[in-house]
Design a protein around this ligand. Structure first.
Ligand SMILES: NC(=O)c1ccc[n+]([C@@H]2O[C@H](COP(=O)([O-])OP(=O)(O)OC[C@H]3O[C@@H](n4cnc5c(N)ncnc54)[C@H](O)[C@@H]3O)[C@@H](O)[C@H]2O)c1
Length: 401
């Protein structure tokens, strides 16, 4: 069987590496630089070792391409392309549409199409299937299924094999084929009654995190105003053995999922006349966190950041990855600069970002820790400035939430 995976980013390349052990995999990506890099055996994704890509290439089990006609003899095509928000924060399905075009224009026999990209309920049935049909030169009865991706890049304990995977086909035949495919490299497959349930479950999982993070971020502000430790209070609450799940405060949410997916759910809810008040407000609270943090830093520094050198420590959206998509550090830096601070940042995992390079971890008036990678020494952070504000709860001895 030949599997084509459209999109060779965090999701697509991770699947390629697992599926490559059992199938011939072609990774299709429209970014030629990524394709060339992958074909020379270099992975650009944390959690996918270059050695595993080189090994698959040398066994003839994997190659990357940006040529649409390479899809022609595929048996299964998996869609793993971005699903961001438009400038006015609405679901943006243009990447999905382009993937459907690639499939429609290049595949002339019935195959199984699986969508792994996150989107709102109804995307497979009402958007992907009609789009592929629109781009096909003649009617082809493809099988369609959804299996939302749950990968957490950089995570060691859960991976494609041991993370339960939801799936549903548009037809029983599509469900059966989808189970056969994933069961080769995933231990626990959970079939649900419709693609819409699988699509909604994925959005709800991430909305659950977004709302709880917003709640704990709001609570951090309440705890500070009461003069008590948010961390001690959360640890105390966490001694309850049931009915409580601990989330920790932060500078906000980042990455491609938590800041984006709940807005997909809110958009479809509002389209159907259902409320999405929690989701909308949670988003606002998380976005406002950066401003709150800068206010706290400013207050602690005589209410004036004008001309002060501020080092933001950690600009990746979470520890131990180089991913800066939707990172809260961006808003923290923006608010600091608005107050006249001279801002640089230190993050050797990210290295270069927005035309700037990681600055040395030293010599600032103020340091604000947004993300603490495991490899960054706590003592060095504390020594980098006379005043250190930590948003992570990991730098003991610093000021913080
Ligand atoms: N990153 C995660 O942790 C994660 C987890 C679960 C679900 N998801 C979802 O999976 C989907 C993909 O996310 P990702 O993080 O892998 O994105 P990514 O940006 O890392 O990778 C997407 C890749 O698709 C390529 N691409 C874009 N349009 C294309 C097209 N028309 N044809 C071929 N290639 C194209 C890009 O060049 C890029 O390499 C999104 O819907 C996302 O919400 C992501």
């Amino acid at each position: 069987m030949k599997i084509v995976i459209i999109g060779q980013g965090y999701v697509g390349l991770t699947i390629s590496a697992f599926a490559g052990a059992f199938f011939d995999v072609v990774g299709f990506d429209n970014n030629q630089r990524i394709v060339d890099q992958l074909n020379s055996g270099i992975s650009h994704i944390e959690g996918v070792d270059s050695s595993s890509i080189s090994s698959l290439i040398s066994q003839g089990r994997y190659r990357a391409t940006s040529v649409g006609t390479d899809l022609a003899d595929a048996d299964i095509v998996v869609i793993a392309v971005p699903t961001p928000l438009t400038i006015d924060r609405k679901p943006d399905l243009t990447f999905i549409d382009a993937a459907c075009r690639t499939i429609g224009e290049n595949i002339a026999k019935p195959i199984l199409v699986i969508n792994e990209s996150t989107s709102f309920p109804g995307t497979l049935r009402n958007y992907i299937k009609p789009a592929i049909e629109k781009y096909s030169s003649s009617p082809i009865a493809h099988a369609y299924a959804i299996s939302p991706e749950r990968v957490d890049p950089g995570r060691g304990d859960f991976n494609q094999k041991n993370t339960p995977r939801l799936f549903a086909g548009l037809t029983p035949e599509a469900s059966t084929k989808t189970r056969e495919f994933y069961s080769r490299f995933c231990d626990n497959l959970v079939e649900v009654s419709s693609p819409e349930v699988a699509e909604a479950a994925k959005l709800f999982e991430n909305t659950f995190r977004q709302v709880n993070i917003a709640l704990v971020n709001e609570f951090a502000q309440i705890a500070h105003s009461l003069g008590i430790s948010v961390y001690e209070t959360l640890d105390a609450a966490n001694t309850k053995p049931y009915g409580f799940m601990k989330f920790t405060p932060s500078a906000g949410v980042g990455g491609h999922c938590i800041p984006v997916d709940p807005t997909y759910l809110a958009a479809v809810a509002e389209e159907h006349g259902a409320p999405a008040t929690f989701i909308r407000r949670a988003n606002e609270v998380n976005l406002e966190m950066s401003e709150y943090i800068v206010r706290r830093v400013c207050t602690d520094n005589d209410g004036n950041l004008q001309g002060k050198s501020v080092l933001v420590v950690g600009v990746a959206y979470k520890p131990n990855v180089a991913d800066v998509r939707e990172t809260a550090a961006e808003l923290v830096i923006e608010h600091l600069r608005r107050k006249g601070a001279v801002v640089s940042w230190h993050d050797d995992v990210v290295g270069n970002w927005k035309g700037e390079s990681s600055a040395p971890l030293q010599g600032a008036d103020i340091a604000v820790v947004v993300t603490k990678h495991d490899g960054v020494d706590e003592k060095k952070i504390l020594a980098s400035a006379p005043y250190v504000f930590d948003t992570t709860g990991k730098v003991k001895g610093a000021k913080g939430l």
